[in-house]
Design a protein around this ligand. Structure first.
Ligand SMILES: [Zn+2]
Length: 234
């Protein structure tokens, strides 16, 4: 069985989801701003962290990677650490080297690009990880399907995406679907323009899984919807 904990998820701020397998191994899906703080406050056992799955390189999904990697230099944790991200990786590699990471990372990091022509399935411990193309904007984006090989329990994480046949196929029959629902109902044109789902669209997809959690909502208290993801409001 895989336990899911949404550490934090708000569009344009951060998204970080912790998946922990019974018996120990943990992986993070996305590492937005504040991931390290969220993990520390949850008294997370860093010695269980085996992999980081990135859905795409937007800042709200990767902004916490630098501080997390830097912290991992100082505490025991499994090696190698896998970081998976869609092909082509644009800037994640910069987090791993000097001068940004100001001393050499003293453990092995395996940075894998996921995309056409490469492997479609990966094993991290006894978790089998596959990915599928997401319908988002700017960067190549993917969602993940993560299966516990011990009991078949399967979790799907949509990443940022519109509803698509690929997503629907993956979510069907999943034990848990963690789905973005960035925009409120009535904001369908923004959802389409920026490659996201509305609440109703996400719920419709989520009903295909045994259980669904909706994440990545726009924090309406900070953003006027007309300006969301386009130009910061004054
Ligand atoms: Zn996002």
């Amino acid at each position: 069985m895989i336990r899911a904990r949404v550490l934090y998820s708000k569009s344009a701020i951060g998204t970080q989801i912790l998946l922990t397998q019974d018996g120990g191994s943990s992986i993070l899906v996305d590492v937005g701003d504040g991931t390290l703080r969220d993990l520390a406050e949850a008294h997370f056992h860093f010695d269980t962290l085996k992999g980081i799955l990135i859905t795409h390189e937007h800042a709200d999904h990767t902004g916490g990677l630098f501080s997390l990697l830097h912290f991992l230099k100082h505490v025991p944790h499994p090696a190698p650490l896998y970081i998976l991200s869609p092909k082509p990786i644009t800037y994640l590699g910069d987090f791993l080297v000097k001068p940004l990471m100001y001393s050499k990372i003293p453990f092995k990091v395996i940075l894998k690009e996921l995309g056409d022509g490469g492997a479609t399935k990966f094993k991290i411990g006894s978790l089998e990880i596959s990915f599928f193309r997401a319908a988002h904007v700017d960067f190549e984006s993917i969602g993940y399907s993560i299966r516990d090989c011990q009991d078949g329990f399967r979790v799907v994480v949509s990443g940022d995406t519109m509803a698509s046949q690929k997503l629907i196929r993956k979510v069907k029959g999943a034990d848990l679907a963690i789905l973005e629902s960035t925009f409120e109902d009535g904001q369908e044109k923004f959802a389409k323009a920026f490659g996201h789902m509305t609440t109703s669209q996400a719920k419709k997809v989520g009903r295909l899984a045994k259980k669904a959690i909706l994440v990545h909502q726009v924090p309406q208290e900070y953003f006027k919807i007309m300006n969301c993801a386009v130009i910061p409001s004054d």
